[in-house]
Design a protein around this ligand. Structure first.
Ligand SMILES: Nc1ncnc2c1ncn2[C@@H]1O[C@H](COP(=O)(O)OP(=O)(O)OP(=O)(O)O)[C@@H](O)[C@H]1O
Ligand SMILES: [Mg+2]
Length: 356
C-alpha cells in the first residue's frame, strides 16, 4: 500500500517521534555543543550499562576509553565548529567503554541538529560491532589455519619423504653396482623394508589428515583408538576419563573435529616432549560447553603467547588454539619448566545444524 494512493499521510506528533527514538535498536545520544549528554534512548542505556541519571548531564567522554579521551575532546570541539552529517573517525577502528570498564568496537554516525528545546546539538548514533568483529577475526583465523595446515604438510613431506627418497636413490645406485649376489639380496631386503616403512608413514599421514576413524566411529571411539595407538607408538599410557554420554553424537562435525585434533595434538606433545610414561585426558560436558583437558606431570616449558606471535616452531600449539576459536571456544596452556603441562579447550556445544 502506498500512502500516495489517495490515502492521507499520517500526521506524527512529538510523542510519535519520541516513540521512534525510544524504539531504535541503535544507541542514540543527543549531545550539546559542550559535549554534555542531554538525552538518550533505552538502547544506549543497555549498551553502556549506566543508568539514565548517570548519563544525562555527564560528558560524552565517559563513553570513550581513557586512552582516547583527550583526542576525542579535540575532535568534538572541531566538529562543533563545522558540523555536518558524517561517520565519526572514518577509517579508524573506534572503541567505546562500558560502565564495567570493558571496551567494544563501535561505528558512530554524527548529525548536527537544531532542536526546538535548545541551541545546536549533535545526534550520535552508535552501533555495537562486537559480532561483526568476531566474524572478521574468525575469517582471518580460518585463512591462517589453512596456511598452517599447508606448512605442516610441507614440513612433513620434506622431513619424511624427501629424506627417504634421497636415501633410496643412493641405495639403489649401490645395488646396481653390487656384483656379489648375496650382498645384492641383502641390500634389496633393506630397501624393501624401508619402502614398507614409508608406506606405513604415508598411511599414518593420510589418517592424520582425514581421520576416517573419526568419521566412521564417532568421537569417543576414535579417541579410544588414539589413546591405544599412543601407548603402542610412544609407550605412553593415557589415563582417560571421557564423560560425554550421548552429547558426542549430537555435536556439529566441525566441533567434533576440533575436539579430536586438539586432544590428538596435546597427547602427541605430552608423549613426545614431556618425558613422561603417562598422561591424563579428561573430557566432559557442562553448562552448554565441552571441556577437554590433557595433563602431564612432565618437564613443562617456557610458555609464550603463540597467538600474539604465531611461530613456525609452535604450529601445534597455535593450531590447537585456532581450532578451538574457530568453533567459538577458547584454549589455554598452563605450564612452566619442571611443572608439567595442562592444555585445556572449552568449546560451546553446538548441534549439527549449528544450533546450541
Ligand atoms: N606437554 C609438553 N611438555 C613439554 N614440552 C612441550 C609440551 N607441549 C609442547 N611443548 C613444547 O612446546 C613446543 C611447541 O609445541 P608444538 O606442538 O607447537 O610444536 P612441536 O610439537 O614441536 O611440533 P609440531 O608442529 O609437529 O606439533 C615443543 O617443541 C615443546 O618444546
Ligand atoms: Mg606438537
Amino acid at each position: 500500500m502506498r500512502f500516495s494512493d489517495g490515502m492521507e499521510l499520517p500526521v506524527f506528533s512529538d510523542r510519535d517521534y519520541r516513540a521512534v527514538f525510544e524504539a531504535s535498536p541503535d544507541a542514540t545520544l543527543v549531545v550539546d555543543a559542550e559535549g554534555v549528554i542531554r538525552d538518550l534512548n533505552p538502547s544506549a542505556l543497555s549498551m553502556f550499562g549506566w543508568s539514565r541519571e548517570e548519563m544525562e548531564g555527564s560528558h560524552v567522554e565517559m563513553l570513550v576509553p581513557a586512552s582516547s579521551r583527550g583526542r576525542h575532546e579535540q575532535h568534538r570541539m572541531r566538529y562543533v565548529e563545522a558540523p555536518s552529517p558524517r561517520p565519526m573517525g572514518q577509517g579508524l577502528e573506534l572503541r567505546a567503554v562500558r560502565k564495567d570498564g570493558r571496551t567494544f568496537p563501535v561505528e558512530i554516525s554524527l548529525s548536527p541538529g537544531k532542536l526546538a528545546s535548545g541551541p545546536e546539538h549533535v545526534i550520535c548514533t552508535i552501533r555495537d560491532l562486537t559480532g561483526w568483529e568476531r566474524m572478521r577475526r574468525l575469517s582471518r583465523m580460518k585463512v591462517m589455519a589453512a596456511e598452517n595446515e599447508r606448512k605442516h604438510l610441507s614440513r612433513e613431506l620434506h622431513d619424511e619423504f624427501l629424506q627417504f627418497l634421497v636415501a633410496l636413490k643412493i641405495r639403489g645406485k649401490l645395488l646396481v653396482d653390487e656384483l656379489d649376489r648375496k650382498e645384492r639380496e641383502r641390500a634389496w631386503a633393506v630397501i624393501a623394508d624401508q619402502i614398507l616403512g614409508a608406506m606405513q608413514g604415508v598411511k599414518q599421514m593420510i589418517r592424520g589428515l582425514r581421520s576416517p576413524k573419526l568419521e566412521r566411529q564417532g568421537l569417543v571411539s576414535a579417541l579410544a583408538t588414539l589413546f591405544r595407538d599412543t601407548r603402542k607408538v610412544h609407550g605412553v599410557k593415557i589415563r582417560a576419563s571421557v564423560n560425554l554420554d550421548w552429547v558426542a553424537d549430537e555435536l556439529d562435525p566441525a566441533t567434533i573435529l576440533a575436539l579430536y585434533r586438539i586432544v590428538q595434538e596435546a597427547v602427541t606433545n605430552a608423549a613426545t616432549h614431556a618425558g613422561v610414561s603417562e598422561a591424563a585426558v579428561k573430557l566432559r560436558s557442562e553448562d552448554g560447553v565441552i571441556i577437554a583437558e590433557v595433563r602431564d606431570e612432565g618437564c613443562g616449558f617456557e610458555s609464550t603467547d603463540s597467538v600474539a606471535a604465531p611461530d613456525e616452531d609452535n604450529i601445534g600449539l597455535t593450531g590447537m588454539r585456532e581450532r578451538a576459536e574457530l568453533v567459538g571456544g577458547s584454549f589455554t596452556v598452563r605450564t612452566a619448566p619442571g611443572k608439567g603441562t595442562t592444555v585445556r579447550a572449552v568449546v560451546p556445544m553446538v548441534g549439527p545444524g549449528g544450533e546450541p
